[in-house]
Structures are given as C-alpha cells and as structure tokens.
Design a protein around this ligand. Structure first.
Ligand code: ZN
Length: 117
C-alpha cells in the first residue's frame, strides 16, 4: 500500500469545486471526472455538457463521457491527476458505486432515460 491519505475535509473542499465551476474548468489544463476517471480538457466538452444549475451562478461542467457532474479542473489546486486522490474522491462521493470503484475504463455511458410525462 502506497496510498496517500486525504482527510474528509480536504475531499469535501474538492467537492465544492465540482459545481458552478465553468470558469475554473475553462482555465484548467486538465479536468478529471471522479465517477468514471475520464481525463479531458474543457475544450473537449460540448456546450451541452455545461449545465445551468443556479440562477446567476456559473455553469457546472458534467463529464462528456458519463454525464455525471463530478468534474474537477486542475485550476482548483487539487491534484486531479493523482490516482490516489481520485480514488479517495470516488470512494467518498459515490460510496464505492462508481465506474472507477468497479474497475471500469472511462467510456461513453448511455443512461436509460426515464420518460417523464
Ligand atoms: Zn465521467
């Protein structure tokens, strides 16, 4: 075991950077999705991946592959390319239920959409 230990507070701080992070991901050279492990730049993202989640707030970038809003850019100051950090985040946020935790590679996920009347 050569895992670094990240405190819950630290992970919680990181979580705050996954919402309303439009300008932060735009100025990041790399972004990581903590659900599926996808690493990308905001230039790879489609405008539709940017969600409007709050009136007058910045947009939130969702992962272009899995569509989960668990994306952190390196401009946040967090070690988004550190595998043990990613693992700590995915364990903390998804309680072990993520593509990373399942050992799956990042790939396009087609969620079954539930028809809403
Ligand atoms: Zn993803």
């Amino acid at each position: 075991m050569n895992h670094k230990v990240f405190s819950d507070e630290y992970i919680e701080q990181a979580h705050k950077h996954t919402i309303f992070n439009g300008s932060e991901v735009a100025s990041s050279s790399v972004c990581t999705c903590f659900y599926c492990g996808n690493q990308f730049t905001s230039a790879d993202a489609d405008p539709s991946d940017f969600w409007d989640e709050g009136e007058g707030k910045e947009k939130t970038l969702a992962c272009p592959l899995c569509g989960i809003d668990a994306v952190l850019g390196d401009a946040s100051g967090f070690p988004v390319t550190d595998a043990s950090f990613i693992e700590a985040c995915t364990t903390n946020w998804f309680s072990g239920y993520s593509r990373i935790s399942s050992g799956l590679k990042p790939e396009k996920v087609d969620w079954k959409h539930i028809a809403v009347e």
